[in-house]
Design a protein around this ligand. Sequence first.
Ligand code: 13P
Ligand code: SF4
Length: 302
Amino acid sequence: MAMIEEILALKKERHATILAHNYQVPEVQDVADLVGDSLELSRAAARLDAEVIVFCGVDFMAETAAILSPHKKVVLPEKGAWCPMAHMITPDQLHDLKALHPEAAVVCYVNSTAEIKAKSDICCTSANGVQVVASLSEKQVIFVPDRNLAAYVARYSKKQIIPWNGYCYVHDHFTPEEVRAARERHPNAEVLVHPECRPEVIDLADYAYSTAGMARHAHASAAREFIIGTEVGILHRLSKENPTKKFIPASERAVCPNMKRINLGKILWSLEDMSTEIKVPEPVRLKAKLAVDRMLAIGRSD
Ligand code: 13P
Ligand code: SF4
């Protein structure tokens, strides 16, 4: 049997659903039941009627699914697929930051560990950070771990945003020169970038969106060409959904090696073996769930 057929047969047998992030390799996106951004995949994990969720993404994404769905088995096909930014703040560091700003609310980007979520008031993703901060009554907001998303949210808020100095090494690498050069080569293209990019890169873009926001915009826009300032994996989905439009990466170097660690063989093996289950200790899960649930009650801003 071809590997894809084996995966589909085992998926049925196990009552499993395969979720894939927009940065996954094409063949993984193509075998998934749902391809989406962090927010869409979190919502799906909570609502889906499946016994097993095969989460093709990085650690914090599978962890968020496990936080929301304690009665489902959540497997990450490659346990070594992790997001470096999510580990750039420790619970002790957050504890010290909170002690310095006792009046502040704590917002954690979903790209964070379960322990950090458990110590935060509310979670956000790149799709709803602005709305999450606006929903808070506090005038001061500690925002962890991404300094760039914090700066992006601060553009739309009168609150004092206190950022942590974390960053995504893929998005932080885009330069204004790359965006200017891409625009010169493609003067009719719209420039879409992710809010994890540096502020000076966002300043040069037409729009900043989460990965799902980019997919929606590309579909709705009358433009024929788009320069894409995020991880290159999303180009597969964009081109598949919009075959007559052209998508140009703002940088060919924008590859997240962790997202690329999952392949069809590992999906099949994880469904067979089930040994790569992601578990969150119950006391941490319950606290983290409060922060994620508060976020899920709020809509998205893109
Ligand atoms: P999205 O939520 O926009 O998909 O982003 C997740 C991520 O890891 C970006 O690097
Ligand atoms: Fe983490 Fe960046 Fe990879 Fe997204 S692209 S998973 S933020 S390292």
